[in-house]
Design a protein around this ligand. Structure first.
Ligand SMILES: Cc1cc2nc3c(=O)[nH]c(=O)nc-3n(C[C@H](O)[C@H](O)[C@H](O)COP(=O)(O)O)c2cc1C
Length: 330
């Protein structure tokens, strides 16, 4: 069975990609993911806030000068221990590249288009084969229009694209009023891949303590529906590769995303829940299903149930919705 796929112009032995999470911050886990059969690994994000903070520390160090070495030295441990640490991140990229043969994708997470974009170049120099850009931004400023938000995201992508020569994917929010048009704009701005969708962190309220509870719940299979819909709609309509993220728990969800038209299918929650070896189950399950259905390859099955290829494209649209709602009453 030919499971090989192309994603962002990179050759992957199969479409399953370990998406950005702290699991992939450990070299040992990255090695184990490769052994388990994963097609590529996305490292956890470096955040704009970390980069700006590092830069400020550096400036403080430089401006302190050699006369106050002791004071300068006191900053150093803090800089070194901060989060993933921006230098440590570059080191992780380099070590991951040496350790595994599967593509290593670095992830950059920011919401402005200045100050930190240069770090994308450092990621490229450290050996990243591609960059995934995550614009995790809740526009709580009510003066910003949808157009403003879109401009910002396109500008960030364009700045990163201009800074590097490796492919750049963008992990998109589902909260644009016209996702298809936004996808086309990003495509035109040079996005090599669209990752659908960013799973936004949303706070809950803890009633007993009466405060916001900032916990993170792992996804469930029902969450594939929104990305599945848009991958199905976008398949064949944009030049950029399409990657699905959210809700993959096993081979079934991987297969569904491929049938909708995904070039790559990402997973995090399933690996956190069931362990890294679960990647093998998912890849094997994909191969078995394709074989049982008489497909010769992943490429053969890709997009078979996309909006362009289904007999009834209105299944993606409003007509179907009305029928389903009405049938619930009977
Ligand atoms: C603990 C945890 C950490 C994550 N960290 C990142 C991150 O640093 N950058 C990012 O783009 N996505 C991050 N994600 C999102 C995942 O990459 C993925 O898109 C999301 O979990 C949906 O996929 P899933 O349903 O397979 O978990 C994180 C998810 C989890 C659960």
């Amino acid at each position: 069975m030919m499971l090989a796929t192309r994603y962002l112009g990179l050759d992957l032995r199969n479409p399953l990609v370990a998406s950005a999470s702290p699991l992939n911050a450990e070299l040992d886990n990255i090695r184990r993911l490769e052994d388990a059969g994963i097609g590529a690994v996305v490292l956890p994000s470096v955040f704009e806030e970390q980069l700006v903070e590092d830069e400020e520390r550096l400036e403080r160090l430089i401006s302190t000068g050699i006369d106050s070495v002791a004071e300068a030295a006191s900053y150093l441990p803090a800089a070194r221990d901060y989060g993933v640490g921006t230098d440590r991140y570059l080191d992780l990229i380099a070590r991951a590249r040496r350790a595994v043969g599967v593509p290593v994708i670095a992830s950059l997470n920011g919401v402005t288009d200045h100050g930190w974009i240069g770090y994308a170049r450092d990621m490229e120099s450290a050996g990243a084969q591609a960059i995934e850009l995550n614009v995790f931004w809740i526009p709580t400023d009510l003066s910003l229009s949808g157009r403003d938000v879109e401009e910002r995201v396109v500008d960030i992508l364009a700045s990163v694209k201009a800074a590097v020569s490796i492919p750049v994917a963008i992990k998109l929010s589902p909260y644009f009023s016209a996702i298809g048009h936004m996808a086309r704009r990003l495509d035109a701005a040079g996005a090599d891949g669209l990752v659908l969708f960013n799973r936004f962190y949303q706070p809950d309220i803890d009633l007993a303590a009466m405060r916001l509870s900032p916990d993170l719940k792992l996804s469930h299979a029902t969450e594939i529906r929104l990305p599945l819909l848009w991958i199905g709609v976008l398949h064949g309509q944009v030049r950029a590769s399409l990657a699905a993220t959210s809700g993959v728990q096993g081979a079934d969800e991987v297969i569904k995303y491929v049938l909708a038209g995904a070039d790559a299918v990402m997973t995090t929650a399933a690996l956190l829940r069931h362990g890294i070896a679960h990647a093998t189950t998912m890849v094997t399950g994909l191969g078995r299903w394709l074989e049982a259905r008489g497909f010769a390859s992943v490429a053969d099955a890709r997009g078979r149930l996309s909006r362009r290829h289904v007999a009834n494209p209105e299944a993606f649209e409003r007509g179907n919705y009305i029928r389903i709602l009405q049938s619930h009453g009977h």
